[in-house]
Design a binder for this molecule. Structure first.
Ligand SMILES: *Cc1c(COP(=O)(O)O)cnc(C)c1O
Length: 431
């Protein structure tokens, strides 16, 4: 703008980062390549707002990709973390707070009797699969195209999130043997699941019950009960990866909302309240196969870390019935407003939403699987995201991610976002 030769501080920071880190980032989607611009560098966040190093303010709908259900720097969470830090940051020995968090999980998530904490969702899903293989004596795992379960070697096939964003169907570096033990079928496709079950004995059917890493693509009515039934019939274990949906779409996650009980549940994001924590959890007989109760090995230097545990507990304490009602209202208001704005601008769009999750798909077609999500007008999505950033609204810079409303978002943030969206959609329409 105005031909200024001065670089913004974000641009300077990015140039430096590019020399030091692959793509200038520590996780791919942050680089914003899919929307054809450079990343903003963050200085701070408060509530629903993010401030970049140049002092620009944004309504943040990324919220660290899900953990910040209470918003940035919620006073309760900050106080809990500060108090924990003052008592020592890590012990590598048990603390009472870990049992308190495990209890909070067992109370909320219907199918869970026992919990093992890890530091990332990737570790948790990797370990859950190891447990499924040990329990069943089988190797193969079924996953769905467009679902993301972390960067576990064997689970990267046709993965959502950053792989979908960059169009990477399978990562180099994954051995043929690891890939061969993963069966991938389209989401919401019962015939494909049955065909896969007819071909191989499976250790696990693994799914995001509310997939949100290809954009939000909810299960069609009856699909989750169908998976439950088939898993039971064939001796496979049903694993719900609720790293995103857990504590978000309801206190007990998607399994509570849908009334379907998996054998194991993978949790992450909100459970750490913005610090590194995740967990796998489930039936006692399965969980007690894990060392040292059993022989399935898994460990972690920082597992159950006191700071992460404190942040998770403080965040869960804020998520009461009123909080979910509020989260639901905010998301619905946003969804209705975006639908209306797109229609007014003459932009072909579909809004998928549920409590605390939303995706604006740039397509006229219903989106029931990854193929449909991938067929969206990605250029229109990119133009929309850029136009929103210029207007102070920070959206996930990929069509294959969801927006994350939080308790810090209210009517004001929704109005600010919709005002920007009306202008941005008019721009998209005029391209
Ligand atoms: C984010 C995510 C993961 C991976 O969690 P990390 O903490 O990033 O390793 C796994 N599954 C789902 C559904 C996720 O959204």
């Amino acid at each position: 703008m105005g031909g200024s030769a001065l670089l913004t501080r974000s641009a300077e920071a990015f140039a430096r980062a590019l020399r030091l880190m692959p793509g200038g980032v520590n996780s791919p989607v942050r680089a914003m390549r899919a929307i054809g611009r450079d990343p903003l560098f963050v200085a701070s966040g408060a509530g629903a707002e993010l401030v970049d190093v140049d002092g620009n303010r944004y309504v943040d709908w990324v919220m660290s990709w899900g953990p910040l259900a209470a918003g940035h720097a919620h006073p309760d969470v900050v106080a809990a973390v500060a108090a924990a830090a003052a008592r020592g940051t890590s012990f590598g020995a048990p603390t009472e707070a870990e049992a308190e968090l495990a209890e909070a999980v067992v109370e909320r998530v219907p199918s869970v009797e026992m919990v093992r904490m890890t530091s990332s969702g990737t570790e948790a899903s990797m370990s859950a699969i190891r447990l499924c293989r040990a329990a069943t004596g089988r190797d193969a795992v079924l996953k769905f195209a467009g679902a993301y379960h972390g960067h576990v070697d064997g689970l990267l096939a046709e993965s959502g999130s950053g792989l979908a964003t960059q169009g990477i169907p399978a990562s180099p570096g994954v051995t043929a043997a690891q890939a061969a033990d993963t069966v991938v079928v389209p989401w919401n496709d019962r015939a494909a699941v049955d065909a896969a079950l007819g071909e191989r004995e499976l250790a696990a059917i693994l799914c995001e019950p509310y997939p949100a890493n290809m954009g939000l693509v909810p299960p069609e009515p009856g699909f989750l009960p169908f998976l439950r039934e088939r898993a039971t019939q064939t001796g496979a274990l049903l694993v719900f990866d609720e790293v995103i949906s857990g504590f978000r779409v309801a206190a007990g996650g998607a399994q509570e909302r849908e009334g379907v009980a998996p054998d194991l549940t993978v949790l992450g994001k909100i459970i750490g309240g913005g610090l590194p924590a995740a967990a796998y959890a489930g039936r006692r007989d399965l969980m007690e196969l894990i060392a040292p109760a059993g022989s399935v090995y898994q460990a972690g230097t920082l597992s159950g870390n006191p700071l992460a545990t404190a942040a998770g507990l403080a965040t869960l304490a804020l998520l009461d019935a009123d909080a979910y009602a509020r989260l639901d209202r905010t998301t619905a208001m946003l969804a209705e407003g975006l639908e209306l704005a797109a229609a007014d601008a003459g932009v072909a769009a579909r809004v998928a939403s549920t409590t605390g999750l939303l995706t604006l798909f740039f397509t006229a077609q219903p989106v029931r699987d990854y193929a449909a999500a991938a067929a969206c007008d990605l250029e229109a999505h990119a133009a929309f995201c850029r136009a929103m950033l210029e207007r102070g609204v920070y959206l996930p810079p990929s069509q294959f991610e969801a927006w994350f409303p939080s308790l810090a978002h209210g009517e004001q943030e929704v109005e600010r976002t919709l005002a920007a969206a009306r202008e941005a959609l008019a721009e998209v329409s005029a391209r």
